[in-house]
Write a protein that binds this ligand. Structure first.
Ligand code: SF4
Length: 327
């Protein structure tokens, strides 16, 4: 069934930059910086899932965290429902987090091992002043049921659950404040393949039930394809391509996206796709290449690519790409 998404963006990210200082020497002086997110722009529409994909270290997780101000952005703009998140005070941001939640990759590390599940799920309700004691307890039991767990799990501790169950608890915690947007950072990467699809299906059901909007971060293109309506591809802190899911997978324009997709197995044994092997490693974000960051590995590199950074432009059909070949 085609999902209904609205045409006004729920979230607008414009020219987002996040740098981290590199410190060295006896006094920890700043000796350089890592540009983890480098002028990233995209919109997210109400009710959709935007997948963010790329190799480890490409800045996708930092982008997610910077949007929610778990890391303070260096520059750029993030608007949620038409309001700038970056202009909010700490207290206003704390209140805004009711609408903006996160699901983490490692559910074990993100759940306090000394707390019972009931306390873990009740905590965000207390922080945001939601309900009285009785109502909160009822809501905790409801949340467990919503994510496919049982009421009696409330009195258990995180170590008493499997990885898949722990991620369900992580999702229940994110849902507790009835958010509008959830940033899910590699939510199934730590799970067995057999459990991954159960958690993905749960996330899809919850999206439909509660009208949720997701930013879904993953390095696995098959997982992203399964769940996303649109997909953005990141490389070395930059967004290099963004398009509707089928458009991106059927008609990738950027040479990096083409290489990534060529490595994904295709179900039809008759269909042939040539594997593109990229030369070299991803360069260090401490010292990114001039011009197009992908140029040292690109099979189509031209002189202009080494000097000028390609603009991120709409080639029609909501298909954005940053490549001099396509300009
Ligand atoms: Fe390759 Fe040049 Fe396009 Fe970069 S801009 S991906 S180097 S062709």
């Amino acid at each position: 069934m085609e999902k209904q998404t609205q045409q006004t963006p729920l979230l607008k990210v414009h020219d987002l930059v996040k740098t981290f200082p590199i410190r060295g020497g006896l006094f920890g002086k700043k000796v350089g910086e890592v540009r983890a997110v480098d002028q990233v722009s995209f919109d997210v529409y109400q009710g959709e899932t935007l997948g963010l994909v790329g190799e480890s270290g490409c800045g996708k997780s930092t982008t997610g965290r910077t949007i929610l101000r778990l890391y303070e952005p260096t520059s750029g703009e993030v608007e949620f429902e038409g309001k700038s998140l970056l202009k909010l005070s700490q207290e206003e941001m704390r209140q805004a987090r009711r609408d903006l939640q996160m699901v983490f990759q490692d559910p074990f590390a993100s759940l306090n091992p000394r707390k019972k599940i009931s306390d873990i799920l009740e905590e965000p309700l207390i922080v945001h002043g939601i309900g009285n004691d009785k109502e909160r307890k009822e809501q905790v039991l409801e949340l467990l049921q919503v994510v496919g767990l049982d009421k009696h799990h409330a009195s258990r501790y995180p170590h008493q659950f499997s990885g898949g169950q722990r991620q369900r608890i992580g999702i229940a915690r994110a849902l507790s404040t009835k958010p509008k947007l959830i940033v899910a950072d590699e939510p199934v990467s730590a799970l067995d393949v057999s459990i991954q699809s159960q958690v993905l299906n749960l996330m899809e059901d919850l999206q439909e039930q509660f009208g949720l909007t997701y930013i879904f971060i993953a390095h696995d293109l098959s997982v992203v394809k399964h769940i996303s309506d649109r997909v953005g591809v990141m490389y070395l802190g930059r967004m290099v391509e963004l398009a509707d899911r089928d458009e991106l997978y059927d008609n990738p324009l950027h040479p990096y996206t083409q290489a990534l997709l060529s490595a994904v197995p295709i179900p039809d044994p008759e269909a042939k796709r040539e594997r593109i092997i990229l030369q070299g490693d991803v360069p260090s974000p401490e010292n990114p290449p001039q011009g197009c960051a992908f140029h040292p590995r690109c099979p189509y590199v031209m002189d202009v690519c080494k000097k000028e950074r390609p603009a991120f432009v709409d080639k029609g059909n909501r298909h954005f790409v940053a490549c001099h070949l396509i300009q």
